[in-house]
Write a protein that binds this ligand. Structure first.
Ligand SMILES: Cc1cc2nc3c(=O)[nH]c(=O)nc-3n(C[C@H](O)[C@H](O)[C@H](O)COP(=O)(O)OP(=O)(O)OC[C@H]3O[C@@H](n4cnc5c(N)ncnc54)[C@H](O)[C@@H]3O)c2cc1C
Length: 424
């Protein structure tokens, strides 16, 4: 039995890993970067993710995989400091004391914010799938907490879709981010980057005889509602099963039979700057309420040890919801210029001369928009076409937020479905 996998992101790689472990013949096809959204740049003598990544202690599946691959020695739990830029000033928001000192919320607001955090501890946050995050915040915590805290965060993550996002998504984020000790939050990161994880999965697949092809799948060939093969470089490759890990819209473009889906995606524009001096004092993640063309500034080397890189690494990032967004349409140089102007607005002492190099990555399908009602849009692994399976950011383990952990679990669970069907 041969299985072709479309996409070598974590969903595809982990489906391939699991299937090849069980002796199933696997061929993975990747049109862009092995590792997908979790892939890295190779600069000087190190690897650094194209998009900033870290994990949480509750990410059980990725932690188990890291262990299984013998990579525990590379995993560190690092202090991930966060702050908020508002009215020209940065406020650290890590410890209860810092939160109490934050001047843009009254004590009463902070009590109401704490009530919202308590809500996230309840078991069935998925029950709030039909309520918007905005309504929940306004009802539980009030207008001031919404305007002075959540609204800029929601805007930077979802743009014009911010008022459509579900309360389930919001509470899942609050839950994971409020799981911290009095000293602040610890986040997981692999020394050498998550590149080491991807390399180790690849090696396991190849050692078991699986193939990784750096080529796009142009078509899925079906006959009488059954998968017959795929088309790559205008050539037919026969297979019994196809696992598609690409967005449902991209799948529609290669399958001929429209796969109805109501899932909307958004894109990300993320610049990485290498600087010869630090940008922020001891701040990893800065959320921003200001008129700048990005939603967050993430200083990776205020999180992972600077010595591992020898230069300061700073991500500047935004999400976009429309292909007409200038951040998607403009040239890379123009986007960088916009970002630099924004950085100069926020950090008066920032000097462009500190930049050693920059890279920009943009993709249109980096996350589903987890709007209300998303729970009913989550796609099952099996489709109505015999032999066609779906596994990706739209699968059950990635609800109500996508993550590396979710995609790894998705890959494993989908592989189990394929194996189960092969036994019947
Ligand atoms: C900005 C950003 C920050 C993030 N931060 C974190 C974080 O801190 N922690 C965390 O856990 N997660 C984070 N994530 C999420 C995480 O990266 C993703 O959930 C996960 O990597 C998705 O894996 P996937 O395999 O499901 O999808 P993808 O990685 O999108 O893989 C799909 C692959 O299919 C390929 N493809 C598309 N069309 C074709 C075709 N026709 N033929 C062949 N190949 C094709 C694509 O090139 C892609 O490589 C972040 C994501 C982004 C964008």
């Amino acid at each position: 039995m041969k299985t072709a996998i479309i996409g070598a992101g974590l969903s595809g790689l982990c489906a391939g890993y699991e299937l090849s472990k069980k002796g199933i013949d696997v061929a993975i096809f990747e049109s862009k970067n092995v590792g997908g959204l979790a892939s890295s740049y190779h600069v000087n003598d190190y690897h650094i993710e194209k998009y900033y990544h870290h994990i949480f202690r509750s990410d059980e599946t990725i932690l188990k995989l890291i262990d299984e691959l013998g990579l525990n020695n590379k995993l560190e739990w690092l202090k991930g400091t966060t702050g908020y830029y508002i009215n020209g000033k940065i406020y650290p928001l890590n410890t209860p004391r810092e939160i109490l000192q934050y001047p843009h919320l009254s004590l009463f607001d902070k009590v109401k914010l704490a009530l919202l955090v308590l809500r996230s501890k309840r078991k069935n946050i998925e029950d709030l799938d039909n309520i918007t995050a905005t309504d929940l915040i306004l009802n539980v915590a009030g207008k001031s907490v919404y305007e002075n805290f959540f609204e800029p965060l929601l805007r930077s993550k979802f743009g014009d879709e911010k008022d459509n996002v579900s309360a389930s998504w919001l509470l899942s984020r609050i839950k994971i981010r409020s799981d911290r000790s009095l000293g602040g939050e610890r986040l997981g990161y692999m020394m050498g980057g998550f590149y080491s994880l991807i390399e180790a999965i690849l090696k396991e697949i190849e050692d078991k005889g699986g193939e990784i092809n750096k080529k796009a799948v142009n078509k899925i060939i079906t006959k009488n509602n059954e998968v017959k093969g795929i088309e790559v470089d205008n050539k037919f490759i026969g297979c019994d099963n196809v696992i598609s890990t690409i967005s449902p819209m991209a799948l529609n473009g290669i399958i001929g039979i429209p796969m109805r889906t109501r899932i909307k995606y958004q894109g990300t524009v993320c610049a990485l700057f290498a600087l010869n001096e630090r940008l922020m004092d001891d701040m990893y993640w800065l959320n921003i309420k200001a008129n700048v063309p990005f939603g967050a500034v993430i200083e990776h080397t205020n999180f992972a040890p600077l010595n591992n890189y020898g230069e300061h690494l700073v991500y500047v990032t935004s999400y976009f919801q429309s292909l007409n967004n200038p951040l998607w349409k403009l040239s890379e140089e123009e986007v960088i210029k916009m970002y630099l102007n924004g950085l100069k607005n926020l950090f008066q002492s920032f000097d462009e001369k500190a930049i050693k190099w920059w890279r920009l990555t943009r993709d249109i399908d980096t996350a589903p928009i987890f709007e209300t009602g998303f729970k009913n849009k989550v796609l099952p692994y099996k489709t109505k076409i015999k032999g066609l399976y779906l596994a990706g950011m739209f699968s059950p383990p990635n609800y109500p937020e996508r993550s590396m952990n979710g995609s790894i679990k998705t890959g494993f669970e989908c592989a189990e479905e394929v194996i189960g069907d092969a036994r019947v």
